[in-house]
Design a protein around this ligand. Structure first.
Ligand SMILES: [Zn+2]
Length: 488
């Protein structure tokens, strides 16, 4: 299959032409959420970033198997294998079964991802559903000599591994620095080195979630699940592994190490990482307690928000930045995104009203090519959006008679909007099917009352209506065919 798609590969630190291992099949694994709390804006970004990758690869004709896991066990409060399991802690605090916590937050995550119009992954495996596969993987690593047992727990021997392979090839971290920088943590005496990571942890008697293994009653280390489930559903080597930049180290670095230790080769051809969302320049995250959940955005129920912002506003806001750039949150930026999105849909609908000319003054084909070039350049969604804004501006000029389009070009522009705005960027018009009829009816009624006031020379009333609507960013234009309205 021929394409010009280039993907920035974190492993090589450059853009590479995308050549899947077994075309037309593409295997893509993305690290999903640890389900112990509501999804926040930081979770929306990988959800949407890899939805774009999924949508575009399918659009190019690839058969994509998209695997995104649910972490429901093994993710400890402290990433260095210390502290309580995040889900168990939540269960203890709320006096629930751990699996009640898992079900509750998994359902809410699905609902949020659906609201953001992300397509569901092909497979969504859970860590707790793949304990056997994880134990089998540990056995291989142990047999090859890259793990050691310590009081019923198993640890990955990073130093030994680094002599045969390269620990740090993804993150660029050097093991010498790790040796100097890692703090000795309480409860870490079992490890040979502080940077060794757990493959299997013996559970203490208080631990609710544990399974039998050849070594102890316990539970798997956090990095293990993605190696085991990626290999199970996509093979020992697959095309794309994605996730947030915060997972690059130690999570993804350790995944690479586990795969090499078990099979002797790298697990993934293209590593992709989305950048973080910041608030006032600081990373948004649970541990920093400066996050806003998606539900809080959708309801406006948060002190940093002046009102509700819709799922499509959030989606458009995220896509207005390239996924590898940081994105700073502000309500001004959300308002600008909301306005911009309305403008694009207004232009899309305007296409149905344009009068065709005999000749076009605009090269629509060139716009299509530019949009594809942008998507092929490592999924450059802000460029695609910029071209759609240019087109929207031109369509308004066509409507005013300043530019011309033939019937064929009007049709191609419609296809271009529906392909890029709706299918690939995944935007939906939220004036919405359910309400749009009602809104149209109400607006017609209001404009009729205004017209009647004008006829009676009651300009105070007609101006009042215009000014009140302007507060909601609704603009009224008087035309020969009567008054028309649109969002500013
Ligand atoms: Zn993962």
């Amino acid at each position: 299959m021929k394409n010009n798609l280039k993907i920035y590969n974190t492993l090589s630190r450059k853009k590479e032409v995308f050549h899947p291992i077994n075309p037309p099949h593409v295997g893509m694994y993305v690290c999903g959420p640890t389900v112990y709390g509501d999804a926040h804006l930081g979770h929306a970004r990988p959800g949407i970033t890899f939805d774009i990758v999924f949508r575009y690869l399918r659009h190019l004709g690839y058969k994509v198997r998209y695997v995104r896991n649910i972490t429901d066990v093994g993710h400890l409060v402290n990433d260095a294998d210390a502290g309580e399991d995040k889900i168990q802690k939540k269960a203890r605090l709320e006096q629930l079964e751990p699996m009640e916590v898992v079900k509750f937050y998994t359902d809410r995550y699905h609902e949020n991802m659906h609201q953001l119009n992300t397509l569901p992954p092909s497979i969504e495996p859970t860590a707790s559903g793949h304990i056997i596969e994880q134990i089998e993987l540990i056995k291989k690593i142990l047999k090859n000599g890259y793990a050691y047992e310590s009081d019923g727990s198993l640890y990955f021997d990073v130093e030994k591994y680094n002599k045969a392979f390269h620990y740090g090839k993804l993150s660029g971290r050097r093991i010498e620095e790790l040796m100097q920088n890692t703090r000795e943590l309480a409860g870490q005496e079992e490890k040979h080195n502080a940077f060794d990571f757990a493959l299997w942890k013996k559970s203490d008697p208080k631990h609710i979630m544990h399974w039998p293994s050849p070594w102890s009653e316990g539970y798997p280390g956090w990095h293990l699940e993605c190696s085991a489930m990626g290999a199970k559903y996509l093979g020992e080597t697959f095309d794309i592994h994605g996730g947030g930049m915060d997972l690059l180290f130690p999570h993804h670095e350790s995944e690479i190490a586990q795969a090499n230790a078990a099979t002797g080769h790298d697990p993934v051809k293209y590593w992709m990482h989305n950048n973080m969302i910041t608030i006032n320049g600081q990373k948004m995250g649970k541990s920093l307690n400066n996050f806003i959940t998606l539900d809080e955005f959708f309801t406006g129920n948060h002190k940093a928000l002046d009102r509700a912002y819709s799922p499509m506003t959030i989606r458009f806001f995220i896509l207005q930045a390239h996924y590898r750039s940081t994105l700073d949150f502000s309500t001004e930026a959300l308002k600008a995104a909301e306005k911009g999105l309305h403008k694009l849909f207004d232009a899309f609908y305007l296409l149905n009203e344009l009068k065709p000319s005999k000749k076009s003054s605009v090269d629509v084909k060139a716009f299509e090519e530019k949009c594809y070039e942008a998507m092929n350049d490592d999924f450059n969604t802000p460029m695609v959006i910029a071209y759609l804004f240019d087109l929207a501006h031109i369509l308004n000029q066509v409507s005013n008679g300043q530019e011309n389009l033939t019937k064929a070009d009007i049709d191609s522009t419609k296809t271009l909007f529906s392909t890029f705005l709706v299918d690939l960027l995944g935007m939906k018009d939220e004036k919405g099917k359910d309400n749009s009829e009602l809104v149209d009816y109400l607006m017609d009624t209001i404009l009729n009352i205004r017209q009647e006031a004008k006829t009676k020379k009651d300009y105070a009333t007609s101006d009042l209506i215009r000014d009140e609507l302007a507060k909601m960013d609704i603009q009224i234009k008087d035309t020969k065919e009567g008054a028309k309205w649109n969002f500013k």
